[in-house]
Design a protein around this ligand. Structure first.
Ligand code: GRF
Length: 206
């Protein structure tokens, strides 16, 4: 069965591109059905349109989070979305979206959570002086970068690194990690036990 993805992105969209490539290459049993952004000029929207994927800018406006998320949910439902992937979506998800897609929203964050949540995580890690940095794909809950962890990828920090060179290596890992996590979800292999995510056998080989 093909999983229908809805991607929410605020920016350049390299993770979206990685997901699109993995889907097109048959690495994940999924298709991106719709891309939504809260920023009018987000390159991610252009990227989606260039591939013929419906892409919408939804203006958050002054009406509040619930009103904005109701419009997001409508678009997702119109396109039959099963799984929502946040890919550089710069908003904290609220109850409206969380309730509608409970347990079906993923996010990628450029640090080894729970270290360095929030903005500019790669720079935070570099400034702190960690020797190992990385990225995390996790389920989204009401916290900021706080939900159950699906997988993490580590990146060794070298003395010659700058925040930019470190960030670039983390991004390469992100592009592998996100499709991998989507594949595990699509194969129904992710089992939640409290806040621990176990990777089971799922539908592999069936
Ligand atoms: C990535 O570093 C991701 O981990 C973070 O925002 C960035 C989005 O980059 N949440 P892109 O738009 O996918 O290139």
């Amino acid at each position: 069965m093909t999983l229908n993805l809805g991607v929410l992105a605020s920016g350049r969209g390299t993770n979206l591109l990685a997901i699109l490539a993995a889907a097109a290459g048959g690495e994940i049993p999924a298709r991106v059905r719709v891309v939504i952004s809260d920023r009018a000029g987000a390159p991610a929207l252009e990227l989606a349109r260039s591939r013929g994927i419906p892409a919408f800018f939804l203006d958050p406006g002054p009406a509040g989070k619930a009103a904005f998320e109701s419009r997001v949910v409508s678009r997702l439902e119109e396109h039959g979305v099963d799984l929502v992937c946040l890919a550089g979506f710069m908003r904290v998800v609220g109850r409206t979206l969380l309730d509608r897609y409970a347990g079906r929203i993923l996010n990628i964050h450029p640090s080894l959570l729970p270290a360095f949540p929030g903005l500019d995580a790669q720079r935070q890690a570099w400034e702190y002086g960690v020797k190992v940095a990385g990225c995390t794909v996790h389920f989204v809950d009401r916290g900021v970068d706080a939900g159950p962890i699906i997988l993490q990828r580590a990146v060794t920090v070298s003395e010659g690194d700058t925040p930019e060179t470190l960030g670039a290596r983390i991004l390469e890992e992100e592009h592998r990690a996100y499709p991998e996590a989507i594949r595990l979800f699509a194969e129904k292999r992710l089992v939640l036990e409290g806040r621990r995510v176990k990777v089971g056998e799922g539908e592999r080989g069936t």
